[in-house]
Ligand binder design. Structure first.
Ligand SMILES: C[S@@+](CC[C@H](N)C(=O)[O-])C[C@H]1O[C@@H](n2cnc3c(N)ncnc32)[C@H](O)[C@@H]1O
Length: 287
């Protein structure tokens, strides 16, 4: 039984990192004329109200998007993401936050396709409502996005961005994403795969990046980015930061992140241990 609901966490520091990277990847990938497939295996509800009871309860967005959304000094890549957030809040007050489906829909052309999967019944109902009438470019499916990924790849155009953004409610989620990625790379080695994960006290979370680095065939490019906002709690509870591991990243992504993360880290830091890292298969010791 799934209990995670992203509405309680929307717009937090982890969403900021994930969505800055997502917007940059989409901007790059739609520059080529061939249709792009965006497959969001863990879509959530698609968009969120920050004035709703859920978001207000934990107030996580206050340590995330609220700290930066009105800043004019943001580096180019962050500014592109903030433009999208501001579009959702045209009256100048931060009341709504875009989920990955909304950010993808906003970027895509009519020739591109968006495939959204969500397992939680309440979230998948909201997702379907939020994309009602979006046209045949967008398809929402209530189901297991990891299991159904194999049915989506390779897409006819052989160009796809696959976002894998689990809630990691169970230990099995870590093994499941590794297995799904291994299988996906066999079916469609040239796809771009972006996996988000939390920096938490669990051993599975700490080991995940090294396991991911061993996953792609030799010669496949990868990029690993992390943003830690505070020191891990002494009781081991909570998320001190998050990371994204991207297989076959756009070649522009590493520089875009290196340019953005000093600013983002300064703005989102909750103590003086806040730090960022970007490492790639080509250059593993950056910063
Ligand atoms: C972190 S949230 C997704 C947030 C969304 N990607 C965004 O950036 O706006 C993770 C979602 O995955 C859903 N979920 C968990 N396991 C799933 C699975 N196997 N297939 C599809 N959705 C799943 C959860 O119900 C939750 O809504």
């Amino acid at each position: 039984m799934l209990s995670y609901r992203h509405a309680f966490h929307a717009g937090n520091h982890a969403d900021v990192l994930k969505h800055v990277a997502l917007v940059q990847m989409l901007d790059y990938l739609i520059q080529k004329p061939a249709p792009l497939y965006v497959i969001d295996t863990h879509a959530g509800a698609g968009r969120y109200r920050l004035d709703a009871r859920e978001a207000q309860k934990l107030g996580e967005f206050r340590e995330g998007i609220e700290r930066i959304w009105d800043k004019q000094s943001a580096p180019k890549t962050v500014a592109a993401y903030l433009t999208a957030v501001r579009e959702m809040n045209p009256a100048g007050e931060l009341k709504q936050y875009p989920g990955s489906p909304w950010l993808a829909k906003r970027a895509l052309r009519t020739s591109d396709r968006l495939r959204l999967f969500e397992l939680h019944s309440n979230e998948s109902r909201l997702l379907a409502q939020n994309f009602k009438g979006a046209g045949r470019e967008v398809q929402t499916t209530a189901g297991d996005g990891l299991a159904l990924l194999k049915s989506q790849i390779p897409p006819p155009s052989r160009r796809a961005l696959v976002l894998i953004d689990p809630s990691y409610e169970t230990k099995a989620d870590y093994a499941n994403v590794l297995a799904a990625l291994k299988d996906a790379l066999k079916r469609f080695a040239s796809g771009t795969y972006a996996l988000w994960y939390p920096q938490i006290a669990k051993i599975e979370s700490r080991q995940l990046p090294e396991r991911l680095k061993r996953l792609p065939a030799t010669g496949t490019d990868w990029l690993h980015v992390t943003l830690r906002v505070h020191a891990p709690a002494t009781d081991g509870v909570g998320m001190s930061g998050s990371g994204m591991f991207i297989i076959n990243p756009p070649w522009t992504l590493a520089d875009a992140l290196r340019d953005s993360l000093p600013w983002l880290t300064e703005k989102l830091a909750q103590d003086d241990t806040a730090e960022w890292k970007v490492e790639t298969s080509a250059d593993k010791t950056n910063q």
